[in-house]
Ligand binder design. Structure first.
Ligand code: WTA
Length: 647
């Protein structure tokens, strides 16, 4: 397949000079974004588009007043979209619910009334611990209608992780469900939430959505069933959308970094909304006839931006799904695409690799002719998966929009743009920056790396969707993202720029793993492991995995009195599942006598990595500055022996 020969339909993808847009956005930033921000409904327009007087605390649309829920719902009520579908939802057991913009507006107003009655005020935090059910977006919208700040905790996280997040942001209200469905079984969500709620003094009220229906304990005075409180509110309840400053916080989303506990990425209202709107419009240009399916859980940034705020601001119909791709059978997704007539599929390379394993016969049982665009996110898509996606799902007709971005960036940053100008695609490259994004590849010294040389991806200018700060930790924000090179946003990713100016993302340059597209810090796993009484030291690394991209493997040293056993290893795996959550489950726990250390006492991660992948010693000669060659060789051999014995 030659790159330039992909048959793109000029009518669907009008060519509009991406380059010109990009140059204008960088040279005339304020003028450019003032124009774009007109797509949003403001109660009062801004006084200044970009206040960069106190870098790196950039403030967008300063003085502007708006409400994001108003932009997502109310403004469509005056248009024909009022009675069009906002959401088509399918539950794992096959139950389907649909909501027009008007219907969801009604639900959101009722829930906002309840939150208000429960004492929620502008600036208060609401923690959301829900499966992928319609009440999840409804909760976010009801919260932000009142000017509240939401923090969604992915329902696969543990009680401890939930409690940490609730306590860090001091949430007043928690919304959860009795349970969720996973592969036909009930996941007891309320039980987990209750364990967290035993240690969260700020929580006053808990709203529980009845999803699975089993008996659950409800704490008198604190816990209320969603359907019961909703039934008491007038069906035509109306809660005026709170006028908010563009720079006030919209949500906090915790994400893993290189040190300590997950950090609370804080997004503001105005800049984020403008970014959400334009990135989806440029990336996929959904129109009235589309049914957009972003497969991400709303527990992650991809779900926040592309299952809630961007599609609703654009008036799109979104499909959302509660279940897993292989239940009850490996063609669940294709069957749903066929049945609902889904037109755009935006998913992860891990999902694609999983489907490759299942075999294309599952796909070919279904008519996927409604699809017009495909997208990818979360990790680099390897060319093999890209080609399979293109051939088997896209029938060699549909472009693949490979979007590179991060929790911190709010929306797409580097991506082909089907709604602006589609450049020729190269399998595995996210192609070019969006208007407003100024990426560069730096070497160790902060100089521009030569073309085709691997370096660190940085962003050289502020953009509207960028995080505002880390929740209650501006110093850490400064240090993490702008500490390496002044006024330059450090992404933590490796990248290369090719001779055509295309960007190729090459994975994390730091101690962050991407496991099935989920972001997990090795430090978090290490600190949980050493919190177990049997473990004195731990080092966690990523190991390449054919489906998940990478998986965590832990090297641990035991405290005296403990002996290695399969049972202990299982206990440690269980410990991670219950302290962080199943998504962080280590693939293997390797018990070793000691960890290799540098002269200054730091764990030699590169050596461990080489041991793990069985790389030849020659490949680790760069370690010489960390210890003597003899020591390295001896440790390497010793560790290999231990691994071979124990696996
Ligand atoms: C990785 C997810 C290559 C990258 C939206 C980034 C990607 C991290 C891509 C952010 C892509 C995301 N190609 N790598 N298209 N998309 N990444 O915060 O390492 O969960 O830094 O945001 O995912 O992960 P996060």
């Amino acid at each position: 397949m030659s790159e330039a020969s992909l048959p793109f339909n000029e009518k669907i993808f009008p060519r509009k000079l991406l380059k010109e847009e990009w140059e204008r956005s960088i040279k005339k930033t304020e003028e450019y974004w003032a124009e774009k921000a007109k797509a949003i409904s403001w109660f009062k327009t801004w006084d200044k588009v970009l206040d960069d007087s106190n870098p790196p605390f950039y403030r967008w649309f300063v003085g502007g007043i708006l409400n994001i829920c108003y932009n997502a719902l109310d403004r469509h009520l005056e248009t024909p979209r009022k009675h069009q579908l906002a959401y088509i939802w399918e539950g794992e057991p096959g139950d389907v619910r649909t909501f027009t913009y008007y219907q969801i507006y009604r639900e959101v107003n009722k829930l906002a009334q309840i939150l208000k009655d429960f004492g929620l005020k502008k600036g208060d935090r609401v923690a959301v611990y829900l499966p992928m059910i319609p009440e999840l977006p409804i909760t976010l919208l009801a919260t932000t209608r009142l000017g509240g700040i939401h923090t969604v905790v992915f329902s696969g996280f543990s009680a401890e992780a939930l409690a940490d997040r609730i306590n860090d942001c001091q949430a007043k209200i928690v919304i959860t469900a009795d349970g969720s469905y996973r592969r036909g079984k009930i996941v007891p969500l309320k039980e987990t939430a209750d364990r967290a709620l035993a240690n969260t003094p700020t929580v006053e009220k808990v709203i529980v959505v009845k999803r699975t229906g089993q008996q659950i304990p409800m704490k008198e005075g604190r816990d209320h069933y969603y359907h019961e409180v909703m039934a008491k509110v007038a069906p035509n309840a109306y809660v005026p959308p709170e006028p908010m400053e563009a720079t006030e916080p919209l949500f906090i989303l915790y994400t893993s970094g290189t040190t300590g506990k997950p950090k609370g990425v804080q997004h503001g209202i105005g800049g984020y909304l403008v970014w959400a709107y334009w990135t989806l419009k440029w990336g996929f240009s959904p129109n009235e006839e589309d049914i957009w399916w972003c497969t991400a859980d709303i527990g992650w940034i991809t779900g926040h931006t592309y299952n809630v705020y961007a599609p609703l601001a654009l008036g799109t119909t979104s499909f959302i799904f509660e279940g897993t791709p292989d239940y009850p059978a490996c063609d669940r997704w294709w069957e749903m695409i066929e049945r609902h007539g889904i037109t755009i599929l935006y998913t992860t390379p891990t999902a694609i690799r999983m489907f490759m394993r299942f075999g294309e016969e599952w796909v070919n049982k279904h008519d996927l002719s409604t699809l017009r665009l495909l997208g990818s996110v979360g990790e680099a898509i390897n060319p093999e998966a890209w080609k399979w996606y293109y051939r088997v799902i896209g029938k060699e007709k549909l472009p693949i929009i490979d979007t590179w971005w991060q929790t911190e960036t709010g929306g797409f940053m580097i991506s082909p743009l089907a709604g602006l100008e589609l450049v020729p695609l190269k399998p595995g490259s996210a192609t070019n920056p969006l208007p407003g994004v100024y990426p560069e590849v730096y070497n160790e010294k902060g100089e521009i790396a030569p073309i085709s040389t691997r370096g660190f991806l940085v962003i050289k200018a502020p953009w509207p969707g960028m995080l505002e700060t880390l929740w209650k930790d501006p110093e850490r924000y400064k240090q993490t993202y702008f500490g390496r090179w002044p006024n330059t946003y450090y992404t933590g990713d490796y990248a290369v720029k090719d001779p055509d100016g295309y960007f190729w993302l090459l994975g994390r340059a730091d101690e962050v793993l991407k496991v099935a597209g989920h972001r997990i810090g090795t430090v978090e796993l290490e600190s949980e492991l050493v919190s177990h009484p049997a473990v004195s030291e731990a080092a966690v690394m990523g190991k390449e995995d054919p489906v998940k991209g990478e998986v965590p493997v832990a090297f641990v040293v035991l405290r005296s009195g403990y002996t290695p056993s399969e049972e202990l290893r299982q206990q440690l795996v269980q410990h991670i599942r219950s302290t962080i959550g199943p998504i962080a489950t280590p693939e293997a726990i390797v018990i070793v006598n000691k960890l290799p250390k540098t002269r200054s006492g730091k764990i030699m991660r590169r050596l461990l990595k080489a041991v793990l992948v069985g790389a030849a010693l020659g490949d680790i000669s760069t370690l010489e500055d960390e210890a003597s060659v003899e020591d390295i060789k001896a440790t390497y051999e010793e560790l290999r022996k231990q691994i071979e014995k124990k696996q």
